[in-house]
Design a protein around this ligand. Structure first.
Ligand SMILES: Nc1ncnc2c1ncn2[C@@H]1O[C@H](COP(=O)(O)OP(=O)(O)OP(=O)(O)O)[C@@H](O)[C@H]1O
Ligand SMILES: [Mg+2]
Length: 317
């Protein structure tokens, strides 16, 4: 692995009049990494991707992709990247194979070589038997795979995927993830993808959380979750109200009584729970311990849940 990062930015910013869409990002993505850019609607994910892909000029700051400046060396950057947009850019009236051919032509790949690569990509996508089907007759998941596969035709070093699996069923989502991991193993490509799905972010090597155009945290999924130094413990007892009072008075632990039982956060639950259970003075019927999730990490880092922001933004219109 080379020392040079595949993507590097300093103070990268984009303003639209008074609106600060992206407010000065410092990012560094290592070669061969699967890097997840995680944030709610309107966080600035697509804007960042567009700047890195030379489609949008930054208001301030610098960015390099595959070693080239996104403003000064646009052609060099474009030759080395593949971009999958948030919205589909396939031609629905052309067949799967025709869409791929068109892309190969756009990149001036010689005819025979282009044909070979199209067949190889269709095979890799598991779409070889559907190559003559019009795109409009393919399922959403197949179209998505085709879009991702298409950018591989010109052998990019860095692939940008803007919300690659939004709206797909879990099975298709899993197959796209397997495919991305294969790509990384076989071709060593760097993958930069945006998502607002926390479950999906778990698949990335490194994550950056962006909120309101600013980076709020960076690290591996495990590192981000480690900040939430407490497991969720749910107890069912003979009398949850009494148990809650004992927890508060004897152990100084706040808890919430709800229909599902008594919920509390405890650091090092494996060690603490047996002690709690014997000291509660009411019988304990069941104990469930859940390690911190990325949802908890997001909440801890930003002060709000990722879905709350989306709901509240939706309400504001
Ligand atoms: N052309 C534009 N003119 C004005 N404001 C814009 C423009 N494009 C984006 N914005 C604003 O910049 C902010 C970031 O938008 P962006 O599309 O980057 O968010 P996002 O993180 O990709 O969101 P989503 O998850 O919904 O795709 C938003 O407030 C958006 O309204
Ligand atoms: Mg977007």
């Amino acid at each position: 692995m080379t020392a040079e990062p595949a993507i590097w930015t300093r103070g990268l910013a984009k303003h639209y009049g008074e609106t600060e869409a992206v407010g000065g990002l410092d990012l560094s993505v290592g070669e061969g990494e699967i890097f997840g850019f995680l944030g709610p609607n309107g966080a600035g994910k697509s804007t960042t991707v567009e700047m890195l892909c030379t489609l949008l000029r930054p208001t301030a700051g610098v960015a390099e992709v595959a070693g080239y400046d996104v403003c000064d060396d646009q052609d060099e950057v474009r030759r080395r990247i593949g971009l999958v947009f948030q919205e589909s850019t396939l031609d629905a009236d052309l067949t799967a194979a025709q869409n791929l051919r068109l892309h190969a032509d756009l990149y001036s790949i010689p005819y025979r070589e282009g044909r070979r690569r199209v067949l190889a990509v269709l095979d890799m996508l598991g779409l070889a038997t559907r190559s003559s089907d019009r795109v409009r007759n393919l399922s959403g998941g197949m179209r998505r795979r085709l879009q991702i596969g298409r950018v591989l035709l010109h052998d990019p070093r860095v692939i940008f995927l803007d919300e690659p699996t939004t709206g797909l069923d879990p099975q298709t989502r899993a197959s796209i993830w397997r495919y991305l991991h294969e790509l990384r193993e076989e071709r060593g490509v760097t993958v930069f993808l945006t998502t607002h799905q926390l479950e999906e972010a778990e698949n990335c090597d490194q994550l950056a959380i962006i909120d309101g155009g600013r980076l709020v945290a960076e690290g591996s999924p495990a590192e981000l979750k480690a900040v939430v130094a407490a497991d969720l413990v749910v107890l069912r007892t003979a009398d949850d109200e009494v148990a809650a009072r004992v927890l508060s008075e004897r152990y100084d632990l706040p808890s919430v009584v709800g229909p599902g039982g008594l919920r509390l956060r405890v650091a090092d639950a494996a060690r603490m729970v047996p002690r709690l259970c014997t000291g509660l003075s009411v019988p304990v019927y069941s104990v469930a311990v859940t390690a911190p999730t990325l949802d908890d990490a997001f909440l801890q880092h930003t002060g709000h849940a990722i879905r709350d922001t989306e709901d509240s933004r939706a309400e504001r219109g």
